[in-house]
Design a protein around this ligand. Structure first.
Ligand code: ATP
Length: 310
């Protein structure tokens, strides 16, 4: 559905997108995740024909951005970061206008407008001026214009920016619903968005894709070792703790509320959990907890993009 091959985008002397390639199949919702300035919007503008790449190619729905731009535009719906709304129009006037712009045949126009009003939950505000809508309804209206011509591909640039938590949940649900029938690429710098909405993520930094996959596969690629927190009742002799070094690296040892809490890391797939049980039995210790620790997606994102915070 979307095929991007070796795209560069150079603004003046600055390379905003650096040799990016990816494929997105039918029915996928893919998140383009990255810190500010990573190049997400630039890629979306290339996919929607607002910018040409300096090098490389992109095909959408089988159409080239160079040779079939009109077909590309027919196949895609785009919701830019700032939805292109006209505050003086009512919702229905705006959708009627956008249906004309998107060349929806006159014979189908009413049906299509009714469909997007329904799909985007706009019924209560159909006759309200866009300038008087809440941010949530503005975003719904933006989504409605993006799908008015029934595109196969939907491109959404930071679709939940500026919304309150309830509106965020509603818009994410709407994207999931729409995404069942379409191919969706959405940009975000919110990790929870990716986990809530996307089947797959492309992580960008400084114009490059630095990781790709499901959150789980990315975690697997980045996390090189297994980590455990071991809790043992009572105090544990230093030499006994040291014996754990045979199976792992000891990261820390603490006494908390009459328990010894030991954090360790060990090479993946080394039956470390079983070895820890053996160690406890051999030393007559009572394990009160053995917890495998997963690196959070936040930590992975920080590691890949060298961010101090997200
Ligand atoms: P954000 O999350 O802040 O929207 P982004 O990942 O979408 O960031 P882009 O908007 O694609 O990033 O910008 C990538 C880089 O290219 C940034 O350093 C930006 O300043 C630069 N850039 C974007 N558009 C232009 C332009 N028209 N001319 C020059 N530089 C640009």
């Amino acid at each position: 559905m979307i095929k991007v091959e070796n795209i560069d985008k150079i603004y003046g002397r600055f390379k905003a997108v650096d040799n990016v390639s990816f494929h997105i199949g039918k029915g996928e919702i893919v998140g383009l995740l990255g810190p500010n300035g990573a190049g997400k919007t630039t890629i979306m503008k290339i996919l929607t024909g607002y910018h040409y790449p300096t090098h490389g190619t992109a095909m959408l729905n089988g159409y080239s951005i160079y040779d079939d731009l009109l077909k590309v535009k027919e196949s895609t719906g785009y919701l830019p970061e700032m939805a292109p709304l006209y505050d003086d129009l009512t919702v229905i006037e705006y959708l009627d206008f956008m249906a004309d712009i998107r060349k929806v045949p006159k014979s189908r126009k009413k049906e299509e407008i009714d469909r997007v009003i329904q799909e985007c939950g706009l019924t209560p505000v159909v006759y309200r001026g866009i300038g008087k809508l809440s941010k949530g309804y503005r975003q719904r209206t933006g989504l409605a214009q993006a799908i008015i011509h029934s595109p196969d591909i939907l491109i959404l640039d930071e679709p939940t920016t500026g919304l309150d938590p309830n509106q965020i949940i509603e818009i994410r649900k709407l994207i999931c619903d729409i995404g069942r029938e379409k191919t969706v690429i959405l940009s975000t710098h919110i990790l929870q968005e990716v986990e809530a909405v996307c089947n797959r993520v492309l992580i960008m930094n400084h114009g490059k894709i630095v990781a790709e996959g499901t959150p789980e596969t990315i975690r697997d690629q980045v996390q090189k070792d297994d980590r455990f927190t071991i809790e043992v009742s009572g105090l544990v002799d230093t030499n006994v703790v040291k014996a754990l070094e045979a199976v792992s690296n000891i990261l820390s040892t603490e006494s908390i509320d009459g328990k010894t809490v030991i954090k360790i890391s060990a090479p993946k797939g080394n039956s470390t959990g079983e070895r820890i049980f053996d160690w406890a039995v051999q030393n007559g210790l009572r394990l009160s907890a053995l917890v495998p620790e997963q690196t959070s997606l936040e930590d992975i994102f920080r590691k890949l993009t060298n961010q101090a915070g997200v």
